[in-house]
Design a protein around this ligand. Structure first.
Ligand SMILES: [Zn+2]
Length: 162
């Protein structure tokens, strides 16, 4: 999907927007019904089309390793881990559920397992919903590099307020 509409690509940098307004504008170029909120974790509700973005860095080292080594993705030249988190959640909403029952069962099993944090994360990232969402995110990033560069600039210029 190539992002060709929206306020982000029209006119000069808008310095008066809050970070949350920018994230909402960006997400609503993909689907106008999406709402972005601040959250403790970066996650989404596919049914409600709500995305929660945490200020904490979304991508830990092992996620970058996983994407790079196992899937051959390297988003770091194109966007921050923070913006990658948003695009990953957008991927969930655009794709819809791939395997809702499998997802719920596996997440429950992982929570109750004795795996290390690394192994839990690793297995989580291999769930089909996560794989598809990361694939969507990476395709989106490759096709929209200029827009993402602009979004990153606008986010840096925004007030950081949620
Ligand atoms: Zn996910």
């Amino acid at each position: 999907m190539i992002l060709t509409i929206g306020i982000i690509i029209i006119g000069g940098l808008n310095m008066n927007k809050t970070t949350l307004e920018l994230l909402n504008e960006f997400a609503q170029c993909i689907d106008k019904d999406i709402l972005v909120f601040h959250g403790d974790d970066t996650e989404c509700s596919i049914e409600r089309k709500h995305i929660y973005i945490s200020k904490a860095p979304y991508i830990l080292d092992y996620l970058i390793d996983y994407l790079l080594i196992d899937m051959g993705y390297d988003f770091t030249p194109y966007c921050s881990s923070y913006v990658f988190g948003l695009i990953h959640e957008l991927g969930h909403i655009v794709n819809g559920w791939i395997d809702k029952d499998g997802y719920s069962l596996n997440v429950l099993a992982l929570k109750e397992s004795d795996y290390s944090v690394y192994n839990k994360q690793y297995k989580y990232l291999r769930l089909s919903d996560e794989i598809h969402s990361n694939e969507w995110a990476y395709e989106f990033i490759k096709k929209n590099k200029k827009i993402l560069k602009r979004l990153e600039r606008e986010l840096r210029a925004s007030d950081g307020k949620f």
